[in-house]
Design a protein around this ligand. Structure first.
Ligand SMILES: Cc1cc2nc3c(=O)[nH]c(=O)nc-3n(C[C@H](O)[C@H](O)[C@H](O)COP(=O)(O)OP(=O)(O)OC[C@H]3O[C@@H](n4cnc5c(N)ncnc54)[C@H](O)[C@@H]3O)c2cc1C
Ligand code: FES
Length: 322
């Protein structure tokens, strides 16, 4: 058993076979994370002191990161007591993940490639999450991550699901799915939720494809207006192919909604380029991006090169989750 110390004086115990993010959660401490498989870098923190070993390939860590003593805490197991330049997020009210049964309440095809699925949880079960989080959905031996698209006050959990060609879970969703199918969910997981952003006046949400799901959940949350009352400008940029695929828009007059259509005209428009025509004042802007990992890595490096502080860029990469 080793101890993990964070910079805010929080500490927790971690068994030698456990990963740091997982051990934190077991102890009611929450570190920034998303994919939990070394692919996205949301859980990247600097080691101040101590040793650890990677249990899986740290795919999203660059050579520069390694040289600067960064690790991906979702796949790292401690080999000694360890001190991290990381903060506990538990004050936001995150809950420990649990596994629950659920039934398919409804489903509807929204575009050729996107399905809306609603899952009903047993009425006796109290499942709490913060808008922006995701769950793992388990069908037999297959487990995949999906962001919750509905707000926490909705009766059912809503998901927006893309058909990945040749994908095992996609095969189920798009060919075999039936009302009342029994699925298990494991969650809530992830830390892509709205922070306090007290020092900012511009909020920029960016999604590609089904990456709009957690953004929709955040915008539709009951306390969104209260939480953002100091914010002057709220933008959503949503990257899709064609205008007829825009199946959702925010029902909130404070939000400027900008669909970015990559296939509508000969001009290939991508969110990670279009956004920079808006010339945001990056000192007072915070960005929340969700969807394809290519979009997120391009967008992040462009924003950081233009002067955005890394701590003002939050993301949930829809990397492969098998
Ligand atoms: C935190 C998180 C949240 C997610 N939320 C959503 C969501 O709300 N909606 C949604 O549709 N998906 C979401 N995903 C992606 C999802 O978990 C699965 O990866 C996706 O549904 C494919 O699963 P599959 O079983 O159909 O494909 P698999 O059997 O896993 O893979 C089959 C093929 O598809 C390719 N592939 C699989 N996944 C991806 C991917 N993500 N990007 C590119 N190629 C891929 C593989 O390379 C392979 O060729 C999320 C992923 C993460 C990590
Ligand atoms: S790399 Fe650790 S959460 Fe994605």
């Amino acid at each position: 058993m080793f101890k993990v110390f964070l910079k805010d004086n929080t500490s927790f115990e971690c068994e030698s076979g456990d990963t740091i993010v997982n051990a934190a959660m077991k102890n009611g401490v929450f570190l920034d994370h998303s994919c939990l498989s070394g692919r996205c870098s949301s859980c990247k923190f600097k080691v101040i002191k101590g040793d650890s070993i990677a249990s899986e390939n740290e795919i999203s860590l660059s050579e520069d990161d390694v040289n600067k003593n960064y690790i991906l805490t979702c796949v790292r197991k401690p080999l000694s007591d360890i001190y991290l330049d990381a903060e506990d997020l538990s004050s936001f009210g995150l809950k420990k993940p649990k596994t629950l049964p659920s039934k398919v309440a409804s489903f509807e095809k929204l575009t050729d490639l996107i399905l809306k699925v609603k899952l009903r949880l047993p009425p006796t079960q109290n499942f709490e999450f913060i808008e922006g989080q995701y769950v793992d959905i388990i069908k037999g031996s297959i487990k995949r991550s999906y962001s919750i698209a509905s707000s926490s006050s909705s009766d059912n959990l809503e998901f927006l699901i893309k058909n990945y060609e040749g994908g095992f879970m996609s095969q189920y969703w798009f060919n075999d799915l039936a009302i009342n199918d029994l699925l298990r969910i494991e969650g809530p997981k992830g830390t892509f939720f709205l922070r306090n952003n007290h020092d900012k006046d511009t909020l920029v949400f960016v999604g590609t494809g089904t990456g709009i799901a957690p953004i929709k959940s955040i915008i539709e949350s009951e306390n969104f207006d209260e939480k953002t009352k100091h914010i002057k400008n709220i933008f959503i940029f949503w990257g899709m192919g064609y205008s007829e695929e825009i199946f959702w828009k925010p029902n909130n007059s404070r939000v400027k909604f900008v669909p970015v259509l990559s296939r509508e005209t000969d001009r290939k428009l991508y969110v990670q380029n279009v956004i920079f025509d808006y010339h945001f004042n990056l000192e007072s802007t915070v960005v929340y991006a969700c969807g394809s990992d290519i979009m997120i890595s391009e967008l992040k490096s462009k924003f950081l090169n233009s002067g955005l502080n890394e701590k003002d860029f939050f993301s949930d990469s829809f990397v492969q989750s098998n």
